[in-house]
Structures are given as C-alpha cells and as structure tokens.
Design a protein around this ligand. Sequence first.
Ligand SMILES: Cc1cc2nc3c(=O)[nH]c(=O)nc-3n(C[C@H](O)[C@H](O)[C@H](O)COP(=O)(O)OP(=O)(O)OC[C@H]3O[C@@H](n4cnc5c(N)ncnc54)[C@H](O)[C@@H]3O)c2cc1C
Length: 617
Amino acid sequence: MDYDVIVIGAGHAGIEAGLACSRLGVKTLILTLDINSIGRMSCNPAIGGVGKGQLVKEIDALGGQMGRAADACAIQFRILNSSKGAAVQSSRAQIDMRKYSRYMRKLLARQKNLVIKEAEVKELIVEDGKVSGVLTDKGDIRSKCVVICPGTFLDGLIHVGLEHFSAGRINEKAAVSLADNLKKLGFNTLRFKTGTCARLDKNTIDFSGLIKQEGDSIPKPFSFSSRAVKQKQSPCYITYTNKKTHEIIRANLDRSPLYAGIIKATGVRYCPSIEDKIVKFADKERHQVFLEPEGLGVPEVYPNGISTSLPEDVQLDILHSIEGLEKSKVIRFGYGIEHIVVEPTQLYPTLETKLIKNLYLAGQINGTTGYEEAAAQGLIAGINAALRIKNKEAFILDRSSSYIGVLIDDLTTKGTEEPYRMFTSRVEYRLIIREDNADLRLSKTGFDLGLLSLKDYGRTRKKEEGIKKGIAFLRKTRVNPGKEVNDKLIRLNSSPLKKPAALENLLKRPQVGIKDLKTMHKIKLDIPESAWQQIEIEVKYSGFIQRQLKDVERFKHLEKIRLPVDFDYSGLSGISREIKEKLVKFKPLNLGQASRISGITPAAVSLLMVYLRKANG
Ligand SMILES: Cc1cc2nc3c(=O)[nH]c(=O)nc-3n(C[C@H](O)[C@H](O)[C@H](O)COP(=O)(O)OP(=O)(O)OC[C@H]3O[C@@H](n4cnc5c(N)ncnc54)[C@H](O)[C@@H]3O)c2cc1C
C-alpha cells in the first residue's frame, strides 16, 4: 500500500484535508491537476463574510489552516454587522490571492507525511465495496482511504455568451473521466452553476469620483493564534450600475446562456449574476459594485457584484457604462460554469460515502459554494479519514456545537437543490455558537484530536479561567451611588444609582460596557484582554444564553440515541413503508438526525424511541 490517504484536489477543501491527515500522522498524498493552482481563489479575493467568518474561526480553533493563511495574506479586514449583536457579527478580509496560493504551496511542501503530485485522477479503484486507490493519467496509486475535493472541475462546462467549452476553471481542464466514473459507481449527481466577473486593470480605472472603503482601523485577525496584522492594508472602492447598464443587459438577454436556455443547471441564489439581478429585481435602479484589489502590487481589480456569462463585447459595454470604469481595460473576461455535484445525502456526517467505504467527499462536490464551506468540509473529511486509518472512533460535530456541524448536517440530512452557502440564519443556536467564542467551543476538541498545539490550547485555557475570574469579580464587587459614578451613568443615558449595585448588574444595562465599568471602578485583574469581550457578552445576554442552553439540552437528548447503520427497520410495526424506506436509504446515525430527514414524522420518531428503549432494556 503506497499511501494511507489520497486527497484528490489542492483547492480549499483538499488543502485542509491533506493537512489534517498528515498532521495526524498518516501518510498522505495530494493529487492536483496543476501544482501552480494550489489554494487558488476561483472567484472573489476575499475570505469570510456573514456566516463564513464563523466557519473560518471554527476551522482555526480545530487546528486548520485557513484563518492563519488569511491573516498572513489579507490586505483589508472588516467585521461585518459590527453595529448588530455578537451572534451575527462576522469577519471578512480581502486577500492577496497570489500570496495566499504561494503561502499554501510552501506550507504543503514543508509538511511532514505529505507528498504533492500533479496528476489527473481518472477513476477510483474499488474492491469489495471499499476504495483502495486511484487510477491516474500517470498510473495507479494505492491507498486505504481517498478524499475527493475536485471543486467545479467535475465535467465542468464554461459559458461565455452562446459559446461553451469543457473546463474546470478558466484555462484549466475539466475532470470528465472522474465525473463519469462517479456516476458509473452509482452516485446520484446534480448539475449546478456558478459564475465570475471580469478582472480589470487598476491603471485604467478612474477612482477619483468613487466612494473609498477602508478596512477597520484596528484589523482583527481570523486566527486565535495571530497576534496582530503587520502587512500593508489597501482600500476598496464602490461604484454602481445605472439605467444605461441595465438597458445594455436587457437588450442582450438573448445572448445570455442563462436566458437563451443553454444553461440548465441551478445557480447560486444569493450570488446572482448581473443579468439575473436585472431580470429578477427589475424595479431596482442601480446595483452596488465593489472594486476589490486582487493583491498588493498587481493590476487586477475584481468588480464584485457584476458576475456574468454574457459575451465579451457586451461585458465591455456593461463595464464602460459604469462610473469610474468608462475607460477600463479587461485583463480576463467573466464567465459562467456548470459542473456536476454529488447529492450529499449519500454521505454520513463524517463525509464518508454510504456507497463506498473509506471514500470521503468534501467541498464544492457536495453542492456547496465558497472557499470557507469547502475548507470546513475538507478538515472534517481529512480528520475522519485519518481516524479511520488509526482505527479510532469517527469525529462528528453536531448542530449545537458549531457552524461546521450545521453545514454538514444540512447537507447530509436534507441535501440541497441549489448551491449551498452558509448563513447565520441557518444556525438555530447562534446565540451560543458565535465567531468570538469558536476557540472556547472547539479548541479542546482540536487539541484532543492532535491538531491544535498545546501552546494554542493553553491560550484558550487561560481565556476560560479569565472569564470565570472576571465574572466572579463583577458579581461580588459593588459600587456605591456616589456623584462620580452617577455622573458617568447619566452621561451614558443610564439611570443613576440609588443604592449600591454589583458591577455585574451595571454591565447588564444596555448602555454600559466593560470599558465604562473600568472607568467607574478600578479593576485590577490579571486576565487576558480577549476574556473581557466574552465576559461582556456572557453577562449582557445571560438570560438568552441560558434559555438557548436549555434548548440544546433537549436537542442533545435525541442526538445521543444512536441508530446502528445496519439497523433493521423492516420489523417495526406502526411505521409506514415509505418512512422505513427513507430510513434505510438515509441510514441516520442517531434519532436526532432521523427526526430531521424530510418526511420522517414525530410519531415515527417516538415509535423508534420506544423500540430502541425496549431493545436496550
Ligand atoms: C467561476 C467561478 C465562480 C465562483 N463564484 C463563487 C462565488 O461567487 N462565491 C463563492 O462563494 N464561491 C464561488 N466559487 C466557488 C469557489 O471557488 C469554490 O466553492 C471553492 O473553490 C471550492 O473549493 P474546493 O476545494 O471544493 O475546489 P477548488 O478550489 O475548485 O479546487 C479543486 C481542486 O481539485 C483539483 N482537481 C479536480 N479534479 C481533479 C482530478 N480529476 N484529479 C486531480 N485533481 C483534480 C483541481 O486541480 C483543484 O486543485 C466560484 C468558482 C468558480 C470556478
């Protein structure tokens, strides 16, 4: 046996999968179509965003790489929703995408237990229902597990206007044989579509009349291990489409592969092309366009918001109708791409396929869109492949633990009929699973798995102790209603004190923050700065948090009741044949997962529970 694990693909999923396996000590090979495209950002040069920042922080807390890489290569950081509650705040950073790719390539090259090779995987070698290697254009390679992370390359078809051609990304060949092989092996597949916009030459853009958007004045890194951001930061600019732009698009809809009926695949609902926006939001007079640099010292600018698969001459007309872009030159035109995805309900929450043992799928292949969603799945698939090699119990994150848990549960339990993007609204326990506490939630797991260093975990332990110490201090320390304190409270629009009050109670007031408390009372506590933010959130929202923790307890009750994969549902009375068939097909791992499968009724879940209780004595 040549390798323990082969990872197909060196995109965002493949990188995390390969790193997780090799860091867990198993002999790993990453195969990629192009060694120069490691960690390439196919679309916008940014990491994070609403719902996605949370994923990056969780990857980091578990010992993954995306957050650290982003910190090393980011050229603008912003906390989105910073005026809203902690539950929906998310980090986003503009990335120097070439630097990111170089960073990842170097890191993989240095990683112990990891080899990277350029080859096209054409087929999987499957023996007795188990994968045992891959067939490449350069020969067979054997392994005990395989993780497939081929992104948009599976039977990819690029559209520019009414012309189309086979490709995985622009100037990169598609993986046609592997797509055919997966279908032949019995996987149900769907066809999804995504798209990107033209890249412009910065030197031909007139920024003078445009709105400048700087990042946060104190950039906050993604990784809990990054101390500060050192590299130079760069602004973005905002411009808008207008009436003329919309007229050009309407006049050319018959040349759009989407509207001419050539593209039949399902596109990304939350990231529509500009032609889609004009048709679906016909009453909108303008759409925002963010001009985002692709890096420092490079000419490419990414006009975020106008992805399109219209022909090149129309793309030029569109661009030239927009303020600031009148004389812009195009470095690369935009395009749409259709590709195959595997229906993710054919996977266990470990991301192992139900059809073929030791075979894991991660990233865009599972119907998601986005670098962060891909990286999160890569990490989980990689961890599980390594655990399988080591004969250890599988690793599953549930919906109450993390955004990653929600992402994977949604995909494997409900499936997706359109490209799946993470949002805060998908997460039912988002008051307790937030970006800011990803380390508190997951670092221990990362450390126990062997992915997070003792130094990194030690930092989290210190933070935990600091939080406990800080809350205890605020609870027992009282302030008296003196003139100085009351003047400060009045200045904050908060009512003055009539009798002594605990600092904790003052902090519960919406107008009073930790910073204000520190001006009212000398707080000399040796606790890390990062703990104060948690103390503030925990004290202010303690009522909501306690309620949600009770909900989680109820949720966990069903999650803990395990269902064996080979459970015989046929003998159960009182459950319809349709429901039994679904349970056999989905192979839920526990009662909680069974209850979320569409069509499984609460009555069926109750019956199953009674049956399992009886069976287990
Ligand atoms: C045109 C375009 C527009 C996009 N727009 C958006 C967007 O607006 N928003 C968004 O969030 N996401 C967008 N995406 C998606 C985003 O790029 C992906 O979700 C993300 O890159 C997926 O990561 P991945 O690791 O699954 O695959 P990728 O990053 O695509 O990496 C795939 C890897 O697999 C390798 N590979 C494929 N087949 C084989 C094979 N047979 N043998 C060996 N190696 C193979 C490739 O060489 C590559 O290294 C877009 C993608 C494209 C192409």
